[in-house]
Write a protein that binds this ligand. Structure first.
Ligand code: DQQ
Length: 484
């Protein structure tokens, strides 16, 4: 299988020059610039002994890659990998707290997971590991035999003390998050579970498997509540990102709302930052949805999602929107307003084509109408990706069954119900960057999926309704091409 004939590398999503990346790690704004680290395997297009890659940006849109920040230390507690973690400003000292892993005979050859610390004295370019590593040597003893994982520390300061939330899980119980406290980021006391719940819980969106371990927990105040955002992982190939909003007191989190964070199949391992402007930003990892051989042929695997801005809505849900900075990518533009769309209408977007696009649509659907937006459509309709909203069920889906004629890629219809727009309209904000699609709907739902059209002419865009009519109040399409 050779290198793909058409351009597949994203133009505005963060990705290193080559090889494997997974989770975003430790986003931090330092002296005004945004720094993002990420799980990186510099020698392969497959996951392996993980390093921390490093990228920096002044505007959240253009990123420059810097030298590798963390490398496993032979014989160290991170000898087999520097897994996920966070970055904090320790009174002027940039500090990383991350999970070091080491395969250990006492752990039956599995990865022993401990928490490590590293600091930088040159504005985050190079990092020195604490000679006292690991700073947390293992899970709390009462849980020793029953804990399914112990990783991905997320650290914050509260009333003059440092607190750390660590992703974990309790056997036969499900995912959980453990809470620690420290005065100096080196000596840590275990306080108890921040939150844990039974393996299968019934949440406001119906039964939702809560997995066997929660990875990459992010815990932060937003509005008048606290948010726990986390990756749900399970041996049965269950991987998705969820959040809860609720209250936090005396070291315990009491959730009131539980939701999937991204309705798509290809978004995981969130990492957040409160920036200097007070905004809560989040990145996720978008993994490949194709066979390893195709990954290898491409020479790279994985990318980060666009930065999303989170807010708390009065109903306790998260508001999610792409950051406004992305508007500087906009180039050629088309706009239509006040279109009455019937199932027989011609495609109003027929003059537009591209593989890097932004589309913003404000629609008034009738309850019986299904609105479909096709991307990367070939002229003969053999290849296309369909984003669809069903006015009757209120579900938003992405259908990639026809997205690619390649046999080695994932297919399926993915999505779920979304809450109606506060203005009664359906607002769809879509970003296409070659093989990644991110959809934002009604300001509070998002859906990320990877697609791999193989035809060079799969660049069309189409808007259509079925089963009823819709009024398109406005639809904007922009070509997005960053200056390199
Ligand atoms: N990826 C990291 C772990 C984390 C997982 C290892 C989530 O720290 O739990 O690369 O994707």
């Amino acid at each position: 299988m050779g290198r793909p004939a058409i351009d597949e590398r994203p133009l505005y999503h963060v990705q290193p020059e080559a090889n494997w990346m997974n989770d975003p790690n430790g986003p931090i704004q330092w002296k005004g610039r945004y720094h993002l680290f990420y799980q990186y395997h510099p020698y392969s297009t497959l996951w392996g002994p993980i390093h921390w890659g490093h990228a920096v940006s002044a505007d959240l849109v253009h990123w420059t890659h810097l030298p590798i920040a963390l490398t496993p230390t032979p014989d160290g507690p991170d000898a087999d990998g520097c897994w996920s973690g966070c970055a904090v400003d320790d009174d002027g000292v940039p500090t990383l707290i991350y999970t070091g892993v080491r395969r250990d005979s006492a752990c039956q050859g599995r990865y022993r997971q401990t928490q490590c610390r590293a600091t930088s004295g040159d504005d985050l370019r190079t990092w020195q590991k604490d000679p006292g590593n690991p700073v947390i040597a293992g899970p709390p003893t009462p849980y020793d035999v029953r804990v399914t994982g112990f990783r991905d520390p997320y650290v914050w300061k509260e009333d003059g003390a440092w607190y750390g939330a660590i992703g974990s899980g309790v056997e036969r119980m499900g995912g959980s998050v453990l809470l620690y406290r420290s005065a100096d980021l080196r000596h840590w006391d275990y306080l108890g579970p921040l939150y844990s719940r039974l393996r299968h819980a019934t949440g406001p969106i119906g039964p939702m498997g809560t997995g066997s371990i929660w990875e990459c927990p992010q815990f932060f105040p937003l509005g008048d509540r606290h948010v726990l955002l986390f990756g749900v992982w399970d041996e049965n190939k269950l991987h998705y990102t969820a959040y809860m909003t609720g209250t936090y007191a005396d070291g315990r989190f009491t959730p009131q709302v539980l939701r999937r964070f991204d309705l798509g199949p290809d978004y995981y391992a969130p990492s957040t930052l409160r920036d200097d402007a007070g905004r809560r930003l989040v990145w996720g990892w978008s993994w490949e949805a194709r066979r390893r051989l195709l990954q290898k042929a491409a020479g790279w695997a994985g990318m980060l999602s666009m930065p999303r801005m989170l807010t708390l809505r009065p109903d306790g849900l998260l508001g999610v929107a792409p950051v406004p900075e992305l508007a500087i990518l906009r180039r050629a533009h088309a706009r239509h307003t006040n279109l009455a769309l019937t199932p027989r209408s011609p495609n109003p977007l027929s003059e537009f084509a591209g593989d890097c696009l932004e589309i913003l649509a404000r629609l008034e659907p009738s309850p019986s109408a299904t609105i479909g937006l096709k991307l990367r459509q070939s002229p003969d309709d053999e290849e296309y990706t369909l984003i669809q909203y069903d006015g009757e069920t209120g579900r938003l889906c992405l259908d990639r069954d026809r997205a690619s004629q390649s046999p080695g890629v994932h297919q399926g219809v993915h999505g779920g119900p979304i809450v109606p727009g506060q203005d009664g309209l359906l607002t769809l904000h879509v970003f296409l960057d070659r093989t990644i699609v991110e959809v934002y709907a009604n300001g509070c739902a998002c859906l990320t999926a990877r697609i791999y059209p193989v035809r060079e002419d799969s660049r069309g865009v189409a808007l259509a309704v079925q089963g009823g009519d819709a009024v398109v109040q406005a639809i904007d399409v922009w070509d997005l091409t960053p200056e390199r």
